[in-house]
Ligand binder design. Sequence first.
Ligand SMILES: Cc1cc2nc3c(=O)[nH]c(=O)nc-3n(C[C@H](O)[C@H](O)[C@H](O)COP(=O)(O)OP(=O)(O)OC[C@H]3O[C@@H](n4cnc5c(N)ncnc54)[C@H](O)[C@@H]3O)c2cc1C
Length: 216
Amino acid sequence: MTFPQTDSTTLKRLPKRGHYERETVYGILDEGFICHVGFAVEGRPVVIPTGYARVGDKLYIHGSQASRMLRALAAGVDVCVTVTLVDGLVLARSAFHHSINYRSVVVFGRANVVEDKDEKLAALFSFSEHVVRGRWNDVREPTEQELKATTVLSLPLVEASAKVRTGPPLDDEDDYSLSVWAGVIPLRLVADAPVNDPRLPEGIEVPEYATEYTRD
Ligand SMILES: Cc1cc2nc3c(=O)[nH]c(=O)nc-3n(C[C@H](O)[C@H](O)[C@H](O)COP(=O)(O)OP(=O)(O)OC[C@H]3O[C@@H](n4cnc5c(N)ncnc54)[C@H](O)[C@@H]3O)c2cc1C
């Protein structure tokens, strides 16, 4: 139920904000859908943003067979994946103590290519459902050709940590009497009204998963 703390995942800075329970880590992974994938190419670090989905104890990413990121990861290089959710801006009474409320996850590991066709399809289904639940059932499924052109990688979730900051600013005691506003500006991802594709034939209603989209 808990990720073991390793040398890599032990928080040195503000360790009380660290969390290793799978429930916390998975809650963050399931609310987000963009990660940053860090790896080395010819000795140089690269960090690439991409979508993902979690299924059980695996994180799936996918993309074109031609992608350098996917080819590098498929070769088995060490990878570090991060996901960040921003919950608020924390305005303190001093410039120094300003902060951000956030929930983030860092995962270390090595990815595997998903060769099995059923697992690949299931991963793509999960990916689609993770971003827009209900969408897969409405759309054309991938053809053999499209499946071949898509690489799916799975990253086992074995070495991971979460870090979470919540609450009001933490000011120096002397600063609490200053006559300056302090508090939190909460932030969240909110969908605006869907915009029809200009080539949409008349009579097709906007589905509820689009009009009511949320990530909570
Ligand atoms: C929100 C989001 C979701 C995405 N989802 C996916 C996904 O699910 N699958 C997928 O394959 N790709 C996705 N991408 C695109 C992804 O970031 C890469 O561009 C793509 O995977 C190609 O990777 P590559 O290593 O082959 O890039 P290359 O073209 O080999 O990268 C060469 C250089 O191009 C630049 N570059 C590449 N990508 C970016 C970028 N996104 N922003 C700025 N500069 C860049 C960098 O300098 C990089 O070193 C997503 C991007 C974003 C921002």
